[in-house]
Ligand binder design. Sequence first.
Ligand SMILES: Cc1cc2nc3c(=O)[nH]c(=O)nc-3n(C[C@H](O)[C@H](O)[C@H](O)COP(=O)(O)O)c2cc1C
Length: 358
Amino acid sequence: MAKLFEPFTIRSKTSRNRIWIAPMCQYSCENKDGMASQWHVVHLGSRALGGAGLVMCEATAIRPDGRISPWDTGIWNDEQAKAWQQTTKFIKEAGALAAIQLAHAGRKASHYREWSGSGAVTEADGGWQPVSSTSEEFPEYNTPRELTTAEIKELVDQWAQAAKRSVDAGFDVIEIHAAHGYLIHQFLSPITNQRTDEYGGSKGNRARFLLEIVEGIREEIGEKIPLSVRFSATDYREDGFTVADCAEVAKWCEEVGADLFDISSGGLVLGVNIPFGPGYQVPMADEIAEGVSSPVAAVGLITTGVQAEEILQSTHIEIIMIARASLRDPYWPLRAAFDLDVELDYWPHQYTRGKFKK
Ligand SMILES: Cc1cc2nc3c(=O)[nH]c(=O)nc-3n(C[C@H](O)[C@H](O)[C@H](O)COP(=O)(O)O)c2cc1C
């Protein structure tokens, strides 16, 4: 049996295989109210039917000013949590675990979605002033306002409340978005954090915001729900957050209640060289996996079942996350099983003929 199709258990949850659909923003809340819709049921549900072990819903804002665009999903109120129930129910009935990525975009908030405009949404057009660790803007975004220490503490609680609502909405797994230059990453990196309060300065201080969020969420969700953290393991700049920093911060996260690390990279600053290529983030994920005792997921240009299996066989990585390849093919896991000659007992009955080669 290919390792890719071996079940994976974490806390009280078992994923039927090691193929997880990575979070992908859909910018599809047409009423700009953060409410998940039929789009989310069908888009995410089809990937669950496609055989994934876990389907992770997009970066979902923990409060309104944390949305990347006005069309993002949210979970800052109970109505939004209720709207997610249709999606989680479908995903679970299709045999996958349902996960949500909780997010705050920080200074990268209030931007147009690609097909509605470009650059920052002005306040006149329903946009807002972002908040951040810094008052320095990201190119083509609105200038942020630096958060006060008291506001940071309030945000920690809002994160924890969003996690509690996520459990009520039926999510099995929660992920904290600490990557891609969004709010938590803005705190983690010395490039965007020159604060002089307890949330800036040393690495420990820069990680404090994330660690308090992990701790706060764990307190709210109890012992059964797995908690993942997505990191950008490098800013691709010598003066930025590095793989070694990431390994250290991940260890601290483990100590306060995180269970799993999902390793991505970049997104904090422009003008860096990212060595895109097949599995380009795998070596970083493997390095983090060696340094922590929790399982680690790899993501980024992993496109075939054979490649995914090879990664699991040759590294310390336990989970493979698939994003764009699953946009081309929602049935990517079924295709991988077909290619690797794996017999699945959860191949949908309606699609049985699809598993025969002749
Ligand atoms: C349409 C789209 C939306 C994305 N939205 C998110 C997101 O909400 N949260 C996140 O952490 N990454 C997001 N990503 C990044 C993916 O999760 C993934 O890390 C990246 O695409 C690399 O994996 P891939 O090569 O399999 O696509 C998005 C990617 C795409 C293509």
